[in-house]
Design a protein around this ligand. Structure first.
Ligand code: G
Ligand code: G
Ligand code: MN
Ligand code: NA
Length: 256
C-alpha cells in the first residue's frame, strides 16, 4: 500500500493516467460513452489500479486533488476526441466521484470550472456517486445534485443495489442513471433469483425514467439475457476492458 506523501508526489510528477472502458448500447453494441478509470504509473512498481491506492487516497484526502485531476483529464480527453472526429458517437464520459471529494466545499465549482476549461459541454459529463453518499447530510447533497443537474451534468448511482440505503432516495434525489453492480450480473444465467432481481431493477428504472447500465457483462449469454429484459446499456469485458485513450476512436468506428 502506498503512502499519502507518495500519492501527492504522483499527482505533482504526472504519474496518474486514465483508462477508458466503453459503455455500449446493448442491442447493437455501439459505444455510446466511456467510463474513466484512474491508474498510477508508479516509477518502480509499474501500472497500479485503484485497488492499490484508492483507500489511502480516501483516508488521506489525496482523493480530492486526484479526483479533480481525473475530472479535468477525462473532460479534456472527450473534447479532444470530439474535435478530432466530429462524427464520433460518444455522448459522455462517466467519472467516479468519491463521497469525500463530493463533500469537499467547492466541489460543484470545481466541476463547473473543469467543464469550462476543457471546452466541454455539461451534457458530456456523467458523475458516478455511490448510495452511501446519499445517507448523510442528505439535504446538502441533494442541493448540490440539483445545482449540477441544473447545469446539465447528469448523475449515476454506481454499484446500485449493493449499498446500505433505502430506495426512497430515488424519489428525492435528482438521479439519471442506475449502474447495476457486476455482482448481480455474474449469475444472471445460473440463478433464476438473480435474473428476477436484475429484471426488477431494469423495470424500476424504466418506470422512474432512469437509464440503466448493466456492469461486468462477460459473455454473450449475459448480454442476451439483458437484451431480453430491455436493459438499454451495458459495460464489461465481453465488449471491452478498460483501454488507453488512443484505442477508443477505432472501437467507436467498428461499432458503427
Ligand atoms: O478498473 P478498476 O480497477 O479501475 O476500478 C476499481 C475501482 O476504483 C472501481 O470501483 C472504481 O469506482 C474506482 N475508481 C476508478 N477510478 C476512480 C476515480 O477516478 N475516482 C474514484 N473515486 N474511484 C475510482
Ligand atoms: O465500481 P466501478 O463500477 O466503478 O468499477 C468498475 C470496475 O469493474 C473496474 O475495476 C473495471 O476494470 C471492472 N470491470 C469492468 N468490466 C468488468 C468485467 O466484465 N469483469 C470484471 N471482472 N471486471 C470488470
Ligand atoms: Mn464506476
Ligand atoms: Na460498479
Amino acid at each position: 500500500l502506498e503512502t499519502r506523501a507518495a500519492l501527492y508526489e504522483a499527482i505533482d510528477d504526472d504519474q496518474l493516467r486514465v483508462m477508458y472502458q466503453p459503455i455500449v448500447d446493448l442491442p447493437t453494441g455501439a459505444i455510446v460513452a466511456v467510463e474513466a478509470l484512474v491508474r498510477w504509473q508508479h516509477p518502480t512498481r509499474g501500472l497500479l489500479g485503484p485497488y492499490h491506492f484508492i483507500e489511502v487516497a480516501e483516508e488521506s484526502g489525496a482523493i480530492v486533488p486526484i479526483g479533480g485531476w481525473v475530472l479535468r483529464e477525462a473532460l479534456g480527453q472527450l473534447a479532444a476526441w470530439k474535435a478530432a472526429e466530429p462524427e464520433m458517437t460518444l455522448r459522455y464520459v462517466s467519472v467516479n466521484v468519491s463521497a469525500r471529494q463530493f463533500r469537499t466545499p467547492g466541489f460543484v465549482d470545481q466541476v463547473r470550472q473543469a467543464i469550462t476549461e476543457a471546452g466541454a459541454k455539461p451534457e458530456w459529463l456523467l458523475l458516478e456517486i455511490t448510495e452511501s453518499l446519499l445517507l448523510r447530510d442528505a439535504d446538502q447533497v441533494a442541493n448540490d445534485l440539483h445545482t449540477l443537474r441544473a447545469l446539465g451534468v447528469r448523475i449515476a448511482i454506481d454499484d446500485f443495489g449493493t449499498g446500505y440505503s433505502s430506495l426512497s432516495y430515488l424519489r428525492q434525489m435528482p438521479v439519471d442513471v442506475l449502474k447495476v453492480d457486476k455482482s448481480f450480473i455474474d449469475d444472471i444465467l445460473g440463478s433464476e433469483q438473480q435474473r428476477a432481481l436484475v429484471d426488477a431493477i431494469v423495470t424500476l428504472a424504466r418506470n422512474l425514467d432512469l437509464a440503466v447500465v448493466a456492469e461486468g457483462i462477460e459473455d454473450a449469454g449475459q448480454r442476451a439475457a439483458l437484451v431480453e429484459m430491455d436493459c438499454p446499456y451495458g459495460q464489461g469485458y465481453h465488449f471491452s476492458k478498460p483501454v488507453w485513450p488512443d484505442e477508443i476512436p477505432p472501437l467507436a468506428h467498428d461499432a458503427q
